[in-house]
Design a protein around this ligand. Sequence first.
Ligand SMILES: [Mg+2]
Length: 243
Amino acid sequence: MKPILLIDIDDTLLVFRMVPGICHSTSSLATVIRRYAVEERGMPEAESMARMEAVQARIKWWSWSDFLEEFHFEPGPFWEYAREVESHYLIPAEPGLPETLKRLREAGCSLYITSNNPEDGIRHKLRLAGISRPEELFDGFFSATRLRAMKAEVGYWQKVIEAIGAPLEQLCPVGDNPDDDCRIPARAGIRNSFLLRPRNSSQRLPAGCRVAESFRAVEEYLRGAPASGTGKIPCIGDKQLSE
Ligand SMILES: [Mg+2]
């Protein structure tokens, strides 16, 4: 049975590079929208803030396109601007990610994105991670906006399970957050997961959660090859995912 990988984006496929003077947050696109409005379109600062707040007050499960409409931005030029701005501090988490994902797919794995980003934010960030044609690699995106739930909620994972409709043993989140990507999915019944680059290595993790230092190490494990270099994975004896 081939694994179905449920892949996180922030700090999994993409990491922040520290740049002095730049606010690092997963909501940095909100800052980019306001900067585009003020610096490129001459909108007063206060009006840009009011428009951001209007969307947030009106739409609970927003996409970035809701803000672009509110600001009357054409999507094409805005997303090009956002890519240029954010490529300075959002960079691929490791070299060769598109190739690693392609090999996993060729080995029979299904790949989905599971992310709190809305779908247009997922596409933007995949592009920054070096993945320009996501439809060739991924079977689908489960954005929080689409599922009307966040990854920290058991209900999010229950909706993912229902949408995919495969046996639970096949499902395997891959992410950096021990709660969102391991413990909460485990509470929904998804036992297997990969935790990438955990910040606190002494924390207690659920059974079935394996720690890996890179996506490349996950690929080597799933393909049955020993992880090379420092990408060692504990619990290597448990091979049920590659069977
Ligand atoms: Mg993350």
